[in-house]
Design a protein around this ligand. Structure first.
Ligand code: C5P
Length: 287
């Protein structure tokens, strides 16, 4: 008898779209996910990509406090008008937390609650563990091909006693990497996590060394996981105050495996104001 479990294709696939960031670095006075792009809020495009994908059965949106009600209604109204029945895959919205990881956990807990309510038509009767794709609304151009690749790996046959496996898209690092010593370490740390103002103030540094980029890759979203292990590792990390920068980091922390699939340089992320112009251009090219 084979010791391999059968492939799990056909189970439920939830998308958790994270839109609760404040968008401070964008500096336009509203949460990033609600910045207009191509005539719609940024968030709309991620929701559209997932809802359109035939394997994605259910969606949950994680929104900033105070923005969920009205704006989500607006997005959903536009969405229903243009997408028809696919809009019904959006099962609910939940208010996010102070950090991305908390927002992600709250989204995954919302999946748990919605499943427990049994209100998900698409939670089918196969008895197969659902998979969850966690995605940053800040990446509106997620290619459908990437969702296919993630699901193929998530649903690949595995040994029955195999450890849980997550799957993430990666792209090679294109730039040369330098480790830099700065006069103001605190300011440099803030700059290092993307604080633009700190970056402009950080002053003149000196290069300590060049870091080999041979084995370094940039991780993107969506990142895919089996539902149960993702919920468990989120809750353990919250209990132990462990902070990672993505869901895959939580799996790694727990000693579980992460596989990679090819990411895409078209899967751009909005962080700074100039990214919006790039995205608008990319979007116009795509239409
Ligand atoms: O801030 P950053 O660009 O890393 O955010 C990545 C994604 O995480 C964005 O889509 C943002 O809306 C989301 N996020 C969140 N809750 C937070 C912070 C970020 O949902 N507290």
């Amino acid at each position: 008898m084979s010791d391999e479990a059968s492939g799990q294709a056909g189970g439920a696939c939830w998308a958790v779209v994270l839109a609760a960031g404040s968008g401070e670095r964008l500096g336009i006075g509203r949460p990033k996910a609600f910045v207009p792009l191509g005539g719609q809020p940024l968030l709309y495009w991620s929701l559209r990509a997932f809802a359109r994908h035939e394997a994605v059965t259910d969606l949950v949106v994680v929104t900033p406090p105070g923005w969920d009600e009205m704006l989500l209604k607006e997005i959903l109204a536009a969405f229903s008008e243009q997408m028809g029945p696919d809009a019904e895959k959006i099962r609910g919205a939940v208010t996010g937390g102070a950090k991305r990881q908390a927002s992600s956990r709250l989204g995954v807990e919302a999946v748990r609650d919605l499943r427990a309510e049994g209100s998900c038509a698409a939670e089918n009767q196969t008895g197969v563990e659902p998979v969850v794709l966690v995605h940053d609304a800040a990446r509106p151009l997620v290619p459908l091909r990437m969702i296919d690749d993630l699901l193929e790996r998530l649903w690949a046959p595995r040994a029955v006693d195999a450890k849980p496996v997550g799957v993430i898209p990666v792209v090679p690092v294109a730039d040369t990497l330098k480790e830099v010593a700065w006069p103001d370490e605190q300011l440099a740390q803030r700059a290092g996590v993307g604080d633009r103002r700190a970056w402009e103030q950080v002053g003149h540094g000196s290069v300590a060394r060049t870091v080999s980029r041979d084995r370094l890759w940039q991780a993107q979203t969506p990142q895919g996981f089996p539902f149960g292990p993702l919920l468990t590792v989120h809750q353990e990390a919250a209990a132990q105050n462990y902070l990672a920068t993505d869901e895959a980091g939580l799996f790694e922390w727990n000693g579980w495996a992460i596989e990679t699939v090819p990411g895409s340089t078209a899967n751009l992320k909005v962080t700074y104001p100039e990214d919006l112009a790039l995205l608008a251009h990319a979007m116009a090219e795509r239409v």
